[in-house]
Design a protein around this ligand. Sequence first.
Ligand SMILES: NC(=O)C1=CN([C@@H]2O[C@H](COP(=O)(O)OP(=O)(O)OC[C@H]3O[C@@H](n4cnc5c(N)ncnc54)[C@H](O)[C@@H]3O)[C@@H](O)[C@H]2O)C=CC1
Ligand SMILES: C[C@@H](CO)CCC[C@@H](C)[C@H]1CC[C@H]2[C@@H]3[C@H](O)CC4=CC(=O)CC[C@]4(C)[C@H]3CC[C@]12C
Length: 410
Amino acid sequence: MGQEGGASGRGRCVGRLAQAPREEGPSSGGQFGHPGTVAAGMADSAETRKLVYLVTGGCGFLGEHVVRMLLQREPRLYELRVFDLHLGPWLEELKTGPVQVTAIQGDVTQAHEVAAAVAGAHVVIHTAGLVDVFGRASPETIYEVNVQGTKNVIEACVQTGTRFLVYTSSMEVVGPNIKGHPFYRGNEDTPYEAIHRHPYPCSKAQAERLVLEANGRKVHGGLSLVTCALRPTGIYGEGHQIMRDFYHQGLRLGGRLFRAIPASVEHSRVYVGNVAWMHVLVAQELEQRAALMGGQVYFCYDESPYKSYEDFNMEFLGPCGLRLVDTRLLVPYWLLMLLATLNALLQWLLRPLLLYAPLLNPYTLAVANTTFTVSTNKAQRHFGYKPLFSWEDSRTRTIRWVQAVEGSAP
Ligand SMILES: NC(=O)C1=CN([C@@H]2O[C@H](COP(=O)(O)OP(=O)(O)OC[C@H]3O[C@@H](n4cnc5c(N)ncnc54)[C@H](O)[C@@H]3O)[C@@H](O)[C@H]2O)C=CC1
Ligand SMILES: C[C@@H](CO)CCC[C@@H](C)[C@H]1CC[C@H]2[C@@H]3[C@H](O)CC4=CC(=O)CC[C@]4(C)[C@H]3CC[C@]12C
């Protein structure tokens, strides 16, 4: 493991520098009860409902869970603004509850649309992003959405006087790096050479740096902006598109998936409900703990076991009737690399005619083939986070969801 960077974000994209402040302030030390109980115990009256939240990307995989979690766990919520390029029809059913749910179809790359959505919000949870490691979008588009979009959100907060900004970053900001160094049971301060070439991790790293640097900026009205960034590892759960893709691929292959990655390569994964809960909790605690939490990064973690990407997916796909066939002896790593490179070449050749974007490419192979596991309690120490969903719950919920998508179109 290299010593140049750090999981605190001090890494670099090739040609771009990403830097984040180190943790400061005392630990608040495990003095909290169960995180849900404080919010759930508060009176649900019109008087207590005065906060306006904005969730960007609120119709995405994670965003929808954040939106639903806020409605369940933030009793002070008066209005919830859901901002997304594509609004989901499920939003309609949320409009009948006690909270005013405002659906805003908008684009984070358009500063005026973002400013209009942010104006008057107390808290912004910025989850919108272009998650593309398959070459579907151009690098320019990825930067435009992930970096310029984040700049627009920050500037909107500053201009309109919004003080609290929670940013959904990613473990990819740290690694795995281009050298394939393992990150084993690391935390936010573990030294790691965070060097990337791919536009997705580079854009997330740049955006995260902007968010952290904005902490302490004066917003309209003279108060200070308080920001922090959450870094989920690979998220799974209801709505996880890649899990659905693997499931349908398995069905097409007669109920089999083929192991390509050694079982010894471990990944941390985190259940979407726990990631959403962490966002809600951070948003709730930022004001009281601004000095401690402002400008900080937190990995998102829970009790999900460390496993290889494929073995972990089998925790859900296995009970749905798929099995993992070990073909690693037949398909050695060099052959996989060759296939991945071929896929990249085909993508480039076919680009003028059609979009060819398979799951396997040199980047996804490198990520899947590099150990990246997180072991930290920083979120618990700083704001009392404990996973809301146990591993058993997370697993059961995800299996039920995969079973429900059974038979649906790939
Ligand atoms: N899926 C994962 O395993 C991980 C995701 N993340 C981060 O979590 C966030 C959410 O990711 P997912 O829910 O997985 O992705 P997603 O693609 O399901 O959700 C992203 C949402 O952002 C919206 N969006 C995209 N471009 C937009 C634009 N220009 N203006 C407004 N909205 C726009 C999309 O319509 C979508 O609803 C992203 O920032 C991603 O980088 C971080 C770590 C892991
Ligand atoms: C070699 C293939 C044979 O089955 C398996 C390919 C799996 C890949 C598609 C995934 C392996 C690791 C995933 C990434 C990881 O979980 C970290 C991520 C964080 C994010 O912020 C966005 C998604 C992702 C990059 C995720 C994408 C899919 C994998 C590369």
